[in-house]
Design a protein around this ligand. Structure first.
Ligand code: NAG
Length: 170
């Protein structure tokens, strides 16, 4: 049976571990990367009034060092009903390339990933460091979107309105 000296020793050990854990949290900066995912129904390279926020889409935030394959951080998240995601990044990633990419669509009718334009993969680059003049811990990613195989018929109206020629879009 443990005597009281052993119990005190265990308790002191637990306190030290707790204190160390606390220090690590305090020195590791935290950032929240926010963005929105759409189904772009017109296959344009910009968000428009017909683009639909996509709930349940999976995105991935990843940071890399200079060398190919040197992945220093990675986390995945899923969008809410408004197509918004919020990914928590820990640590400072000043000299790294960080970006958010589309991983998985939640819609069978909208799961193509465009090869150019605003929704391009690899996609939205993020700067994750305290040393760049941004003082809050929110980083905003550019919107990302999956597209449909065929344009919605309503897109013809939109193209007329915006005076763009759909043939000029990829
Ligand atoms: C990976 O990248 C980080 C950040 O740039 C760097 O500190 C680390 O030395 C790199 N590791 C390798 C194995 O290249």
């Amino acid at each position: 049976m443990a005597n009281s000296a052993q119990i005190v020793a265990i308790f002191a050990g637990a306190l030290i571990l707790f204190a160390l854990g606390d220090t690590a949290v305090a020195t590791d900066p935290e950032f929240f990367v926010q963005g929105q995912v759409f189904c772009e129904v017109c296959r344009t390279n910009f968000i428009n009034r017909l683009s639909e926020p996509m709930e349940g889409a999976t995105v991935r935030l990843e940071c890399r060092g200079d060398n190919v394959g040197n992945i220093t951080f990675g986390i995945e998240g899923v969008t809410d009903a408004g197509g918004n995601y919020k990914l928590k990044a820990t640590g400072d990633h000043e000299d790294e390339d960080c970006q958010v990419t589309l991983v998985k669509s939640s819609r069978l009718d909208c799961q193509e990933t465009p090869s150019e334009g605003w929704a391009m993969q690899p996609s939205s680059k993020i700067t994750i460091t305290k040393n760049n003049g941004f003082h809050d811990d929110i980083r905003h990613a550019n919107p990302l979107g999956f597209t449909k195989k065929e344009r919605d018929p309503a897109c013809q109206e939109l193209f007329k309105e915006l005076q763009i020629n759909p043939d000029s879009l990829a």
